[in-house]
Design a protein around this ligand. Structure first.
Ligand SMILES: Cc1ncc(COP(=O)(O)O)c(C=O)c1O
Length: 423
């Protein structure tokens, strides 16, 4: 028995379901991570994997980026938590506002969940309306406001929502089809506080918006007096320094950031129009609070990470885009040459393969792909030293630290793993 198997057996007795987030489980048991560096992670048995999960997109710069590590070490010597304002929080917020001009004022929180939950409450509090429109398959974190027809682990485990989440919250939520403007129009009304969207859907695999779709979403929100929330938890600092709003040229009223913002430490942010953000307490009536918000260690990591992204970005983003396009093409060729019907979707440095002959443009088309085959592909990749998220409804991410050797290993692993799937 390898060490991961033994560790999992032990975890099952102490840790609920054996894992601290559902998507970390896969059959027969997940490998247990021991350390990580650059673009790789090592398991408890000392095996090295090229890491295409990248902490679900958080590790844009790779594991243990030197600048991030130095900033964290320096902060550890000055203290880990004050619960008093710091100059560093202001500096990070200023950097964010410069990269995301729509985020005129920023509030720092700890997770994507907190950011979208606060953004939705803020939209309701600011507009005095209650309905929220979301898109089928978009995932915005594990809270009641957003656990309606969500992607990610919710779709993976075949749950429509979550037991225990409030029916009343679900009743206040209308669901539109992604990439379908007419379906959005049907969901809209003058009772809608906010439209919330992942500008590139990254929780049903990767599903980019059709040309003009995000503009249409913005128009629909505006014409009904609703606020537009871009959930850029995944796309922020990932598609480019200015996220999806920078790439697609559509400005939301409220934005949420997380994952790649923090360089691997827990931090997220919401920000938006000045008048909207001023509705947050204590200036305004919408309550949002957290003991750990703006904690100095995460702020130090995020500030260092954002500075690194600003320094490296002009070369890093085009290179990641080229590398990811080349890899996606090889993955597609590998599937074609083995007679496997498939679609590969990509946006910037993230991609996903679906075993489906039809284009994947929304939740329904993603659900129609052969997920059992995907699970076999992910297992085949693991056995060849490449770790991809174990679910069809996540994305594979390239990072700045992947070497050319890592990338060729990944391409060869996909080719061999596809070969083993061939009918
Ligand atoms: C688009 C999106 N929003 C929100 C979240 C929730 O973030 P967190 O897991 O940090 O709570 C996620 C997490 O995967 C996400 O992908």
């Amino acid at each position: 028995m390898d060490r991961s198997a033994a560790l999992y057996a032990r975890a099952r007795r102490a840790v609920a379901s054996g894992v601290n987030s559902p998507i970390r489980h896969y059959d027969p048991y997940p490998f247990f991570a021991e350390r990580a560096r650059g673009g790789a992670v090592w398991d408890a048995d000392g095996r090295r994997y090229v890491d295409l999960c990248g902490a679900y997109g958080a590790m844009l710069l790779g594991h243990r980026n030197a600048a991030v590590m130095a900033a964290v070490s320096a902060q550890l010597r000055r203290g880990t938590l004050y619960c008093m304002p710091t100059a560093a929080e202001t500096e990070l917020s200023e950097l964010i506002s410069r990269d995301y001009p729509s985020m005129r004022r920023v509030r720092l929180v700890n997770t994507g969940l907190e950011a979208t939950m606060a953004a939705i409450r803020l939209a309701r509090g600011h507009t005095g309306r209650t309905k929220v429109v979301k898109f089928d398959g978009c995932y915005h974190g594990a809270h009641d406001y957003a656990l309606v027809r969500a992607g990610s682990g919710v779709a993976h485990y075949g749950l429509a929502d979550s037991a225990g989440s409030l029916r009343a919250a679900a009743r206040e939520t209308r669901v539109a089809r992604y990439n379908d403007g007419a379906s959005l129009e049907r969901a809209m009304g003058d009772d809608v506080a906010a439209v919330i969207i992942e500008p590139v859907m990254a929780n049903m695999g990767v599903i980019p918006p059709r040309r003009g779709f995000l503009r249409r979403v913005a128009r629909a929100a505006r014409s009904h007096g609703a606020l537009l929330i871009f959930d850029e938890t995944v796309t922020g600092y990932r598609l480019g320094r200015g996220g999806a709003q920078g790439e697609y040229g559509v400005m939301p009223d409220i934005t949420t950031l997380g994952k790649a913002l923090g360089g691997g430490l827990p931090i997220a942010a919401l920000g938006g129009r000045r008048d909207v953000m001023d509705s947050l307490a204590p200036a305004g009536p919408v309550y949002e609070a957290s003991t750990f918000a703006g904690n100095p260690v995460s702020v130090a990591a995020a500030t260092a990470s954002v500075r690194e992204v600003r320094r490296l970005g002009p070369k890093m983003y085009p290179r990641l885009e080229r590398e990811c396009a080349a890899l996606a093409a090889r993955v597609s060729d590998a599937a074609s040459s083995r007679g496997l019907p498939h679609t590969v979707n990509r946006a910037a440095s993230m991609f996903q393969v679906f075993f489906s002959a039809s284009p994947v443009t929304d939740r329904d088309s993603a659900m129609a792909s052969d997920r059992a085959l995907f699970a076999r592909l992910a297992a085949g990749l693991r056995s060849r030293g490449v770790f991809v998220p174990p679910s069809q409804f996540e994305a594979a991410f390239l990072c700045h630290a992947h070497t050319q050797a890592d990338l060729s290993r990944v391409a060869l692993a996909y080719e061999a793993a596809m070969g083993a799937l061939a009918p």
